[in-house]
Design a protein around this ligand. Structure first.
Ligand code: AMP
Ligand code: ZN
Length: 468
């Protein structure tokens, strides 16, 4: 399996730190509003990455935080006259609803920044003790130049970065030792949420959160750290500096970043009026379509969102869902149980599509090509499955389709299946209603079952049923 590492700017073979296991951290959203469809992209993409590792047999420890203390949250709390904590709690709950609706698997752990302050104070103190950080008037800064590898992720040169900041230092506006230094801890302003620390009553900087939560839930070294490409600098660059300075070890082996989502070829922004929340899109489209649309492009490419492209994604997805439904229908009517020899040979050929799917996913999670392999399997299923096919063949192809679409988080078995036992119970109730000459209720039950695709047949031997 090869994945593109932002650190080396190349595709690298994936070698886990511990055999059979993947430790993965994905930077989560700042919770001050409903999430927008741009935020949905890393969620969908890295959930798919996780699912593929699981498909390959890895055990994935997947940690993704919620940033629940931040200037934007405080601003919203002032606007609404409620506490910052209430704002964060409300939007965490809404975000989880959206993630469920997009079939994002629950993380192993979703840590909250405000519950991890203690660990942040500890890490900041150890950075001060080692000479990597210093305090000025209650603010603690990271001494960037002491971390020799600063810039290795974003491939930036320190001197280029510094050119803009020097004037502020010379004029005395900046209290930092160096304009490159960044904040680890800041004192509170009036009315802001704050925690006690050795330096001031205040709150942590944003970057230290992820270094601490990743260490606590995954350990000092992790396999994969991921997020949107806007996080490469400064967020992830600073996380590396903090973690590697504090722990004396390489922080993450592979750094994965998704490209940005634009709307009608423009940057999504409230002022341009082209800003959509996942909730709004969910009112217009099935969110499976949004998921399918996001995965129809490579995760590192920029992706353009438009009504036309969503419609095309919907049509593509329907092709898969229709084929699955057809296989299920044929299966419930099939007369033959086991595959014939000829069918066995036909079935072996489906391996080619599975191989093509895996080949695409092994190549830096190329979901676009993986979807093409699924379409090829669908085409093959449509031409080989018919009224003469055996149950075993139809079931086999259907199961393959489920297995591959599940990696993409697409549910093809959307119809709720009524269990055999429940059917029997309803039939008994219908018999009892007939005995009591309550024909209205008896007919109701018959119709209810018919709606679920169950056909009843009254015979001399009793009531028989079959799935339509
Ligand atoms: P934020 O709440 O702004 O920190 O964003 C949470 C995640 O969403 C980060 O990984 C961002 O990089 C990502 N993100 C934000 N906007 C977009 C966008 N338009 N396209 C893709 N990813 C985005
Ligand atoms: Zn982060």
């Amino acid at each position: 399996m090869r994945l593109y590492n932002t650190l080396s700017k190349r595709k690298e073979e994936f070698v886990p730190l511990e055999e059979g296991k993947v430790k993965m951290y994905v930077c989560g959203p700042t919770v001050y509003n409903y999430i927008h469809i741009g935020n949905a992209r890393p969620m969908i993409v890295f959930d798919t990455v996780r699912r593929y590792f699981e498909y390959k047999g890895y055990e994935v420890n997947f940690v993704s935080n919620f940033t629940d203390v931040d200037d934007k949250i405080i601003k919203k709390s002032i606007e609404e006259g409620i506490s910052a904590q209430e704002v964060a709690q409300r939007y965490i709950a809404e975000c989880i609803k959206d993630m469920n609706a997009m079939n994002i698997k629950p993380a192993t752990k979703n840590p909250l920044a405000t519950e991890e302050i203690c660990g942040m104070v500890e890490m900041i103190q150890s950075l001060i003790d080692k000479g990597y950080a210093y305090e000025k008037n209650g603010t603690v800064y990271f001494r960037t130049r002491t971390f020799k590898e600063y810039g290795k992720l974003s491939h930036k040169n320190l001197d280029d970065l510094q050119s803009g900041g020097r004037a502020l230092l010379v004029s005395g506006v900046d209290e930092k030792e160096d304009s490159l230094d960044f904040v680890l801890w800041k004192p509170k302003k009036e009315g802001e949420p704050a925690w006690k620390s050795p330096w001031s009553e205040g709150r942590p900087g944003w970057h230290i959160e992820c270094s601490v939560m990743s260490k606590k839930y995954l350990g000092e070294q992790i396999d994969i750290h991921a997020g949107g490409e806007d996080l490469i600098f400064p967020h992830h660059e600073n996380e590396i500096a903090q973690s590697e300075a504090a722990n004396g070890k390489e922080f993450a082996k592979y750094w994965l970043h998704n490209g940005f989502l634009n709307i009608d070829n423009r940057k999504m922004s409230k002022s341009l009026g082209n800003f959509f929340t996942v909730r709004e899109i969910g009112e217009k489209y099935d969110l499976q379509v949004l998921r399918f649309f996001m995965l129809s492009a490579h995760y590192r490419s920029p992706l353009n969102f438009s009504a036309d492209l969503m419609q095309a994604a919907g049509t593509g997805l329907d092709r898969i869902l229709t084929a699955a439904k057809n296989l299920k229908f044929l299966r419930s009517n099939a007369n033959k149980e086991n595959m014939t020899q000829e069918e066995q040979q036909i079935f072996v050929k489906t391996n080619e599509y599975v191989e093509a799917f895996e080949h695409a996913m092994d190549d830096d999670f190329n979901t676009a090509d993986a979807i093409s392999a699924i379409f090829d399997l669908v085409k093959y299923a449509n031409t080989t499955a018919n009224g003469e096919s055996s149950k075993e063949y139809l079931e086999g192809v259907y199961a393959l389709l489920v297995k591959l679409t599940d990696v993409l988080g697409i549910i093809i078995d959307t119809e709720e299946e009524i269990l055999d036992a429940d059917i029997e119970v309803l039939i008994e109730e219908r018999q009892a209603a007939r005995k009591a000459r309550d024909f209205k209720r008896a007919d109701e039950i018959r119709d209810e079952l018919l709606q679920k695709g169950i056909v009843l047949e009254d015979t001399r031997e009793g009531v028989k049923w079959k799935r339509a």
